[in-house]
Design a protein around this ligand. Structure first.
Ligand SMILES: C[S@@+](CC[C@H](N)C(=O)[O-])C[C@H]1O[C@@H](n2cnc3c(N)ncnc32)[C@H](O)[C@@H]1O
Length: 290
């Protein structure tokens, strides 16, 4: 057996086979629902949306123009979600650092930077996403403050206590919550803020429904029950200060997306059924690191 020499370090990220498959998925991902929406203003999000739909977009008679208006409306709703999350990170100063866990193509870190002027570090398992997001930051001239890294969010290698705020926007379902919250708790300074927006299965339904299982298979993830978040946060010095059920607020996004032939991925009806049969919830949890 080869024994590492003194001072030798393993290269990051150290990832499991499962995590390599997740990385493969996101390296190959080119869904129009992500790229066409982001292309409108170069704010690329890989999450869903919240808020009321302006249904008048469907009144447009010209099909090409109607498709454009639907795309823009879906982007407005996903941007509203990113803004909602960012609004709970503060107050922050331009000297503060924030950590974007599972950052996708990087839109969330840009939104936080635009709002607070803060430094941001985003991490993703996908080299393609990290490269893309760094290119976007360079094009905006914010690469001195907003950086993306190909790293495992469970084991970032970043400095202990160096972040004023951190979040997961639709990326907790890829990891074990105890490992995730241990890392957030380590990275956040005392009094720091953690926010997650996530789909979770509803404990009052019982176990994961057929629809929740289909969503897991579609995205290669493992949706946690709502209760698991609070148990794991309590074990890792994260104390919820605000919890919001966004289920009703996200249903209009899915109703509109379902009409968009140029953007659908085939999972739309499953999400709508899961939300409407009570087995699945869209949740925001805001917590203080104590
Ligand atoms: C649905 S996307 C969400 C992206 C982004 N948060 C957003 O809102 O646009 C899920 C992201 O989680 C990332 N991810 C999953 N497991 C991860 C891990 N262990 N470490 C780092 N990133 C991870 C994926 O690479 C992908 O970028």
């Amino acid at each position: 057996m080869a024994i590492p020499q003194s001072g030798a370090t393993a290269s990051l990220p150290a990832q499991s086979t499962y995590q390599s498959r997740v990385a493969d998925y996101w390296n190959a991902e080119k869904n129009p629902v992500n790229l066409e929406l982001g292309g409108i203003d170069d704010l690329y999000h890989h999450h869903y949306g919240v808020g009321d739909v302006k249904w008048s977009v469907l009144d447009e008679a010209d099909p090409a123009r109607r498709a454009e208006r639907v795309t823009a409306e879906l982007h407005r709703l996903e941007q509203a979600q990113a803004e909602l999350l960012a609004s709970h990170l503060g107050p922050l100063t331009p000297a503060d650092r924030v950590f974007d866990a599972g950052c996708g193509r990087g839109g969330g870190s840009v939104v936080a930077h635009q709002r607070y002027g803060c430094h941001a570090d985003g991490v993703t398992l996908s080299t393609t996403q990290a490269d893309f997001a760094n290119g976007q930051a360079r094009a905006r001239g914010i690469d001195g403050k907003v950086r993306y890294h190909h790293r495992n969010m469970l084991d970032t290698g970043f400095s202990t206590g160096s972040y004023a705020a951190s979040w997961n926007n639709e990326s907790t379902m890829y990891v074990e919550l105890d490992l995730l919250f241990a890392e957030h708790s380590r990275l956040l300074r005392r009094g720091g803020r953690y926010v997650t927006i996530t789909g979770c299965y509803n404990d009052t339904y019982g176990q994961a429904s057929r629809e929740v299982s289909l969503i897991n298979a579609h995205y290669i993830c493992d949706i946690h029950p709502r209760s698991a978040y609070f148990r794991a946060m309590a074990r890792h010095r994260l104390v919820p200060v605000h919890v919001e059920d966004l289920t009703q607020a996200t249903i209009p996004y899915w109703e509109l997306r379902k009409t968009a032939e140029h953007l659908v991925t085939g999972i739309e009806d499953t999400f709508l059924t899961a939300y409407k049969n009570g087995s699945f919830q869209y949740l925001m949890i805001v917590a203080d690191r104590v």
